[in-house]
Design a protein around this ligand. Structure first.
Ligand code: ADP
Length: 405
């Protein structure tokens, strides 16, 4: 029987949702609220399937107000006649630690476990739980389901998730690599197998999820073997405002000379670094590409170097993971690009693939300028290059249906 399912991604000052009819997987509505800060006007937008996006300025003091407004326009747009039609709400939760090996129903105990993991995802987990609590109040009859970014990476072998620090730090404090974006890496690796016409169990793919947050994952036979994000989503690639991997003594040295405490330092590496710091002006890849292309841009020289750093780090991780697939006795079937930058920037894809000569990777320039799910492999390439738009919300809706039983 068809049912309406909401997929929700709640951030500290934002909220995104999509409504699907399941199991048909038809998207009916999407809405977003940004700058839920209480002071000043926030940005509110929504779009009914096949309709135009409507944008409004709205004061949203808290998430409950934003959710109330989103549900109001959802009914007004005719996506549902009554919010009681929504039978399940699936929530993205960034950090599930080692506790969650699968998505789970929202229970007071499970929410407590997530809260106990707050220090592992301080930017995300508290906001995710706030979203679950707010929806439980507004839609008390819907099943609330928790879908974790970390679950997909729980298949990584110890050799890839342990850090070279005393074992007790793992045993007692659970300090290890967790990774993130798992829902996206799972979706894209499964979709890649379909595009390749291969069984998932016979497929090895390196997935490059390149958004404001970015990570690369080695997926063998549908299982995550290694991923570039680490203990928190700050590790790995150079991101919009996050450093990615960095010599740890840079942190301790900076801490000393700047007199920063742990929170101040954490703020510096997660919110004030990455492309924003390296370019000196923006974390938005569209701005960065513009500055690179425009020799007269005031930040041109810095942007050129930052952009090179960004591209090189991506190619380095892809090369590492491809080598690991081969060392494991398999071939790399495809490299798949996804998320805001991976799906939209033909320049980033071209420059990354140009650096993958060791894999014999070549892309087709014409195909590279098409949109949607597309095979951009050149005829003489030794490995397939794919672009696969990610569908994290659909994966959340699928799990919500599965857990509702
Ligand atoms: P997140 O979900 O981590 O916030 P997204 O996956 O939405 O991030 O990706 C956002 C990034 O995608 C931004 O850096 C934005 O500049 C970039 N982006 C979107 N469209 C384009 C484009 N046409 N060319 C280059 N970058 C783009």
């Amino acid at each position: 029987m068809s049912e309406k399912i909401l997929a929700v991604n709640a951030g500290s000052s934002s909220l995104k949702l999509k409504l699907f009819t399941m199991p048909e997987e038809v998207e009916l509505f999407q809405g977003a609220a940004d700058r839920i800060t209480g002071s000043g006007e926030g940005e509110f937008s929504y779009k009914k399937a096949g309709g135009e996006r409507v944008k409004l300025s709205l004061n949203m003091p808290d998430h409950e107000v934003a959710i109330g407004k989103l549900l109001e326009v959802l009914v007004e747009s005719g996506a549902v006649t009554d919010v009681e039609e929504i039978k399940g709400v699936g929530h993205r939760v960034v950090q599930g630690g080692e506790f969650f090996k699968d998505s789970a129903l929202s229970t007071p105990e499970n929410l407590e476990v997530i809260e106990s993991l707050n220090s592992l995802a301080p930017l995300h987990n508290p906001a995710n739980v706030m979203g679950v609590r707010a929806f439980s109040k507004v839609l008390p009859n819907a099943t609330q389901v928790l879908v974790f970014d970390t679950v997909f990476h729980q298949t990584m072998p110890e050799v890839n998730y342990l850090y070279p620090i005393e074992r007790k730090f793992y045993d007692e404090y659970k300090i290890r690599r967790y990774g993130a974006h798992g829902t996206s890496h799972k979706y894209v690796s499964e979709a890649a197998a379909k595009v390749l016409g291969k069984d998932l169990s016979d497929t090895s793919v390196v997935v490059a999820h390149l958004g404001n947050g970015a990570s690369i994952t080695e997926v063998v036979a549908g299982k995550s073997m290694n991923t570039s994000m680490g203990f928190t989503p700050t590790g790995g690639l150079i991101m919009g405002t996050r450093t990615g991997d960095i010599d740890p003594t840079v942190i301790t040295y900076l801490q000393k000379i700047k007199g920063l405490d742990a929170d101040g330092m954490s703020d510096l590496v997660t919110k004030q670094s990455g492309m924003l710091a390296a370019t000196g002006f923006s974390n938005d890849m569209r701005d960065v590409e513009e500055a690179v292309a425009d020799g007269k841009h005031p930040h041109h020289a810095q942007a050129v170097v930052a952009f090179d750093m960004f591209i090189k780090r991506i190619a380095d991780f892809i090369t590492l993971y491809a080598a690991d697939v081969v060392a494991g006795g398999r071939n790399v079937d495809a490299i798949s690009f996804t998320a805001g930058i991976g799906e939209n920037s033909s320049t980033v894809r071209k420059l990354v693939v140009d650096r993958l000569a060791i894999l014999g990777a070549k892309l087709d320039e014409v195909a590279n300028n098409t949109r949607g799910t597309v095979d951009i492999t050149a005829e003489n390439s030794k490995v397939k290059i794919l672009v696969i738009p990610t569908e994290e919300e659909l994966m959340i809706a699928r799990d919500t249906v599965r857990l509702r039983g």
